[in-house]
Ligand binder design. Structure first.
Ligand SMILES: O=C(O)CCC(=O)C(=O)O
Length: 315
């Protein structure tokens, strides 16, 4: 059974639906999320009455509320993660709320999560996407390319938002022809609220705009096994991570405390410490030119320079 689940995950690059919550639990977590938005959400600069959480409040919800800390440690979910990562130690590198408001043009371009994290080995990391509302074709569910996790690490380029493509993330797979070639392997990950999907670190995925009249909301949790390390050593910045199962013997990460309350001073302080560290890591990685999109630009420039040099020599 254990091997069967992992084999399928390694072959396809995803697993769903993972039905890990009871109906009551699903209702409880949905209500908790809506309460969080009521308390900490805000309307956008352009006005309107639609509230959503923004900025740092999108991230690491599991540090600011006991209910979220329990959700990301749900035994059924952790069991599934242990199977696909083949590990007893499960840590959480980050978590983020992905809310697509009703009738919004927001979408995600085709990407591998690996392009955003600079962590490895890839088979020891995965994303769990928990549906806090139903997620389907109409409201822009996540889409996976079957088997793309076995294509290796792909170059990513930066892509800016345009009126036609309101991209939430700034990096997409550079070789869009490859993505088009694989269009027959695209699988829509439709989920009911309370279900989850798991996808591999190198699975190419994206999602389309929400064309429904209700928000589509997920909580994406980045899980990793105990042996995961930053790709670049010495570590750019030692990040804070959550221990969800087992024990951590390494020295690359610092383990975060577990929140005991809900949105109190100690919880927000815990959250701020981790977020500050994360932003420092993002800033320093960018300064050092380590982002995949920066490396892609550099490799393009050096190819151009070499071509230029070769031309010169020829003439
Ligand atoms: O929520 C979405 O539509 C996409 C999320 C995503 O790309 C991710 O969680 O890795």
């Amino acid at each position: 059974m254990h091997d069967d689940v992992r084999d399928r995950f390694l072959k396809d690059g995803f697993l769903f639906p993972v039905k890990f919550l009871t109906a009551d639990e699903s209702k409880f977590y949905g209500e908790k999320y809506r309460e969080y938005v009521k308390l900490y959400g805000s309307v956008g600069k352009s006005g309107g009455s639609h509230k959503r959480v923004r900025g740092n409040r999108i991230f690491r919800l599991h540090l600011i509320a006991k209910w979220a800390a329990e959700l990301v440690r749900h035994p059924n979910l952790i069991d599934a993660v242990k199977k696909v990562l083949d590990t007893d130690t499960v840590m959480i590198w980050s978590s983020d709320i992905t809310c697509k408001p009703s009738s919004s043009t927001e979408c995600f371009g085709w990407h591998q999560d690996e392009a955003y994290a600079l962590l490895g080995p890839d088979k020891k990391l995965c994303t769990a996407w928990i549906a806090l509302t139903d997620s389907n074709i109409t409201n822009g569910c996540v889409r996976f390319i079957r088997g793309s996790n076995n294509l290796g690490q792909l170059a990513h380029k930066s892509q800016v938002r345009t009126p036609n493509e309101n991209l939430v993330l700034g990096q997409v797979v550079a070789d869009q022809t490859l993505v088009e070639k694989l269009s027959t392997e695209v699988v829509n990950c439709e989920l009911y609220a309370g279900e989850a999907s798991l996808h591999a670190w190198r699975t190419i995925h994206s999602s389309r705009p929400n064309q429904s009249d209700k928000d589509r909301v997920g909580l994406a949790i980045r899980y990793m096994a105990g042996e995961v390390e930053p790709v670049y050593k010495p570590t750019v910045v030692k990040e804070l991570v959550t221990l969800a199962a087992g024990s951590y013997e390494g020295d690359d990460f610092e383990i975060e405390d577990v929140p005991t309350g809900e949105y109190g001073k100690p919880e927000w302080a815990l959250h701020k410490r981790s977020m500050d560290r994360e932003w420092e890591r993002r800033k320093k990685s960018k300064e050092k030119g380590l982002l995949p999109s920066q490396q892609y630009e550099n490799s393009k420039n050096s190819t151009n320079n070499n071509q230029h040099k070769d031309n010169k020599e020829i003439s």
